[in-house]
Design a protein around this ligand. Sequence first.
Ligand SMILES: Nc1nc2c(c(=O)[nH]1)N[C@H]1C(S)=C(S)[C@@H](COP(=O)(O)O)O[C@H]1N2
Ligand SMILES: [Mo]
Length: 332
Amino acid sequence: MVLIRFPKPWQVESQPITSETTYWHRRRFLKNMIGFGLGATTFPSISCSRSGDDIDPALKKTLSQRTLPGVKRSAIYTGNDLRVTPESETSRYNNFYEFGGTKNIWQAAQSLPTDSWKVEVTGLVNRSRTYDLDDLTTKFPLEERIYRFRCVEAWAMVVPWLGFPMRSLIKDVDPKSNAKFVRFTTFYDPQVCPGPGGWTDTASLPWPYTESLRIDEMAHDLAFFAVGIYGHLLPKQHGAPLRMVIPWKYGFKGAKSIVKIEFMNFQPPTFWNTLAPNEYGFEANVNPDVPHPRWSQAEERLLGTGVHPAVWERQPTLLYNGYSEVAPLYRS
Ligand SMILES: Nc1nc2c(c(=O)[nH]1)N[C@H]1C(S)=C(S)[C@@H](COP(=O)(O)O)O[C@H]1N2
Ligand SMILES: [Mo]
């Protein structure tokens, strides 16, 4: 038997491969790792404005110019005690495997076709709905919420999302009493989505990317659908036009570019949980005391706070990512 040593997540992240994908290296594609050099991504230092900070023109082109005027700031999720991560950092350090296996997918994601977007809501509901782009920004009262965000790979950020609480949608579709879980499905078209590339046969992955919540988790006030970020509509790399934001769970629970929402009476299989159930549990609540099988979760690194991910500032991870108000959901 061959023992393989895996790098710590911050070492992994200096390569154009995420720790989530290293599962596949170990399984079948170890050979491919050798060919991967360091990414060409640069990490300029932080600046402090909420938006429009030193964003280079190529990046700026990917950011929606459409602002959402009149959106009120949440009185509760104000981020007053938080330092917002600059948009120039968050909009080019992304996980979106449909468009590549590196963090540097912001350009590749621009091929996502968002023009006549529809989101179908079906399953165990009394009122099935199909929302179009316009519905998503006009049907539910929008608000801005500043949330902490924590990836399972131990990097973290603070982001001002624009959107609406998931419970507004629940109310609109009126679930039946036997609905217990909800499945969220991401756009997928093999013609448009090259997949992670390099390290696996993309066709063998369980596309489309799906995630799921218990219906009581979805009904919690914190559970949010984002249609915008930093005052404007979501750019494609962040999962336009609609993505999930579940701030007390690891980032992979938040599916991007949602096309379908189904209310169900069983827990459905999901993308990462199917690939590696011991690494990406269904519940996936942020917890400093439960290490990932390949690294500790005790600390997190703040995106963009240094010239390279290896030197980003560290801080202790908080239980439920600091959102302790969700604890009653997990008392049996
Ligand atoms: N469809 C889809 N959604 C996804 C992912 C993905 O690869 N595909 N990655 C997840 C992971 S692991 C993280 S950390 C967040 C990253 O969101 P961001 O790129 O907007 O920061 O998106 C999540 N949603
Ligand atoms: Mo993640």
